[in-house]
Ligand binder design. Structure first.
Ligand code: ZN
Length: 199
């Protein structure tokens, strides 16, 4: 039933499509938005369309950026011989927040998940192998999640890389099973990184 008129309902419906936003939160946000100053609403709408239009994958590591190559890949002060493989840009952000990792990254945008029918061709794995051929990489640290898909992906990648002679390691299993990296505290993340084991 349409209690609020179609414009509010449309806004609620759009908001409720966002991840983690249920019907109640969508309603609360919608009412908040219609009470915001018009300029602020415009800034919000503009920030969304601007981000959607201008943000794409970094040509090297495939994280999200509004430039051709992201600031991390461009940074010559970082160790480009060490590549940490993560599932998504949020995981990269979690490691950057800890601030103790000085290498570069490779973002897979997902994990191999047979249950969802997602295979090696559905993540940025081929791009990783191309990078390893073209760049002088000495160590690959696999930091996929400790969920089943994350572990499957880690094993798959290590098998692919082993024959190249490049050192492969896996972050230590201090990371709770099924826990998304972005929700893990910095101490745990740092311990996982420092306690990584060779595969
Ligand atoms: Zn990059």
């Amino acid at each position: 039933m349409d209690y609020y008129g179609s414009k509010i309902s449309a806004l609620i419906e759009e908001l409720s499509r966002l991840p983690g936003i249920g019907a109640k939160s969508a309603q609360r946000l919608a009412f908040h938005i219609v009470n915001m100053p018009p300029e602020q609403v415009e800034r919000l709408a503009l920030a969304m369309t601007d981000a959607r239009t201008n943000i794409h994958y970094c040509q090297q590591c495939f994280t999200l950026t509004d430039e051709d190559v992201c600031p991390i890949c461009r940074d010559q002060g970082r160790d480009h011989h060490t590549v940490m493989v993560v599932e998504n840009p949020r995981d990269l952000a979690a490691y950057e927040k800890v601030g103790k990792y000085n290498g570069v990254y490779h973002v897979l945008h997902g994990a191999i998940d047979p249950e969802l029918g997602r295979g090696p061709g559905d993540i940025r794995l081929k791009e990783l192998m191309v990078r390893l051929q073209q760049e002088d990489v000495q160590e690959v640290i696999i930091a996929t999640n400790s969920s089943l898909p994350g572990e499957v992906t880690a094993m798959y990648i290590s098998k692919l890389i082993k024959p190249t002679g490049i050192r492969v390691s896996r972050i230590a299993s201090g990371v709770p099973v099924g826990g998304d990296l972005e929700y893990i505290d910095e101490v745990t993340l740092l311990r996982a990184l420092e306690g990584r084991v060779a595969l």
